[in-house]
Design a binder for this molecule. Structure first.
Ligand SMILES: Cc1ncc(COP(=O)(O)O)c(C=O)c1O
Length: 405
């Protein structure tokens, strides 16, 4: 039989239905941009929160720590929970921030894997988890994989994108297992007040929800707002705190994150056992990179001053542009490096982002990629680029927007 004929008879590989609901617009739209780049077009990427794409560098003492680890032959598997000195540094750092009742600490392959493990150990099929909308889509993607439900609660644009507590209260049902909190927030740049965090804690306490708090941007606060680790405000509750080296320590490619589980021992015992089982089942996180954790948490923090100064200037530039551009409304971001403006356009948000990319070669992500309803016209801008590049992107975006109004 001819090969072509035989190939024609091979049935298509059947795929898992659960992937149908997995979406990750931040990278999905980049596929079109990659094609344009291959055609020689210069794209301005305001889509991915990777500081290393611009004028930010991993602090030298962290690079040296990893290089030394590699040279010293630390290239085998790590202990499943993580390198002892890293675990100790994470625990000490958490205690310094007022987190008590720590039940376990482990290192993961970024906050992304941390979220995956923490949700996998928790939810059964058909249960749901409260996730803020607009969302950081990794949570929805993981829940889709687990055949669990995303239960979106509203962030309120009119209150600086803080959670709408009434909406949140109404969303809890008998299948709700956890509350995801992200502050400073991606994609809105908001930093929640202590009062808001206490209200979220109060809800979790009354409705018996596990709090999963993603604090990856805790050190990237632009206007001096205080950061309150959620777990430090709720020592009586089971709280999972996620953090890592990707953002404030400028090493997203190292894929280093960690988890701190705190709360009463009796309430967290089975959950911690489940987590440890999953952590063992995936062998270990990256080994040499874990040698950067202690120097990151305990060494010089000088780079942060420069990072925050750059981000503040670029945020201010973003706000000046938004204020001066007809058809743009934008809440002032106070943390992280994202703005989430609304454009007064008639077209569909995804189509707008695609056409902007094709015509002006500026890559931004449409709000429906962050769970916003189709037909609304929000977009996420990453304001990491140097000022000249950012200005060029905003000029092009402004030109394109003028035509779309
Ligand atoms: C809120 C939030 N959590 C987690 C991550 C991913 O972190 P990691 O690189 O550690 O997987 C990001 C990355 O953009 C994020 O914005």
């Amino acid at each position: 039989m001819a090969l072509a004929e035989e190939i024609g008879r091979i049935p298509e590989v059947l795929v898992a239905e659960r992937v149908e609901h997995v979406r990750y617009a931040i990278r999905d739209i980049a596929v079109v941009a990659e094609q344009l780049s291959r055609e020689g077009k210069r794209i301005i990427p305001l889509n991915i929160g990777d500081p290393l794409n611009f004028d930010f560098q991993t602090p030298a003492h962290l690079v040296e720590a990893v290089e030394k680890a590699i040279r010293d032959g630390k290239n085998g598997y790590a202990p499943s929970l993580g390198l002892d000195e890293a675990l100790e540094a994470i625990r000490t750092d958490a205690e310094r921030k007022g987190i008590r009742n720590i039940q376990t600490v482990f290192v993961t392959y970024g906050v992304s894997e941390a979220a995956d493990i923490c949700l996998t150990a928790l939810v059964n099929r058909g249960e749901n988890v409260l996730v803020p909308r607009p969302d950081y889509p990794i949570y929805s993607a993981i829940l889709a994989k687990l055949e669990a439900e995303v239960n979106f609660y509203r962030l309120d644009e009119n209150r600086d994108w803080e959670p709408d507590l009434e909406d949140l209260e109404n969303k809890v049902n008998e299948k709700t297992r956890a509350l995801v909190v992200i502050s400073p927030n991606n994609p809105t740049g908001s930093v929640y007040s202590r009062k808001t965090l206490e209200a979220l804690i109060d809800l979790a306490r009354r409705r018996h929800l596990l709090i999963i708090t993603d604090e990856i941007y805790e050190k990237l606060i632009l206007d001096g707002d205080p950061h309150y680790p959620v777990a430090s405000l709720a020592p009586d509750l089971p709280v999972v705190t996620l953090n890592g080296l990707s953002k404030a320590y400028l090493a997203p490619g190292w894929r280093v994150g960690w988890v701190v589980v705190s709360g009463p021992a009796q309430a967290t015992q089975s959950y911690v056992e489940n987590l440890k089982k999953l952590v063992r089942a995936r062998l270990s996180a990256n080994f040499p990179m874990q040698y950067a954790i202690r120097p990151a948490l305990e060494g010089p923090q000088d780079h942060l001053k420069e990072v925050i100064a750059k981000l503040r200037a670029r945020r201010d530039l973003t706000m000046s542009w938004a204020g001066a551009t007809p058809g743009v409304r934008c809440v002032r971001p106070r943390g992280a490096f994202y703005a989430f403006p609304r454009f007064e356009i008639a077209s569909n948000d995804e189509e707008f982002a695609k056409q902007l990319l094709l015509e002006k070669h500026v890559l931004i992500v449409h709000g429906s990629g962050f769970g916003m309803t189709k037909g609304t016209s929000y977009f996420r801008l990453v304001f990491l680029p140097q000022e000249p590049l950012l200005l060029e992107a905003y000029r092009k975006l402004g030109d394109f927007l003028r035509k779309a109004l």
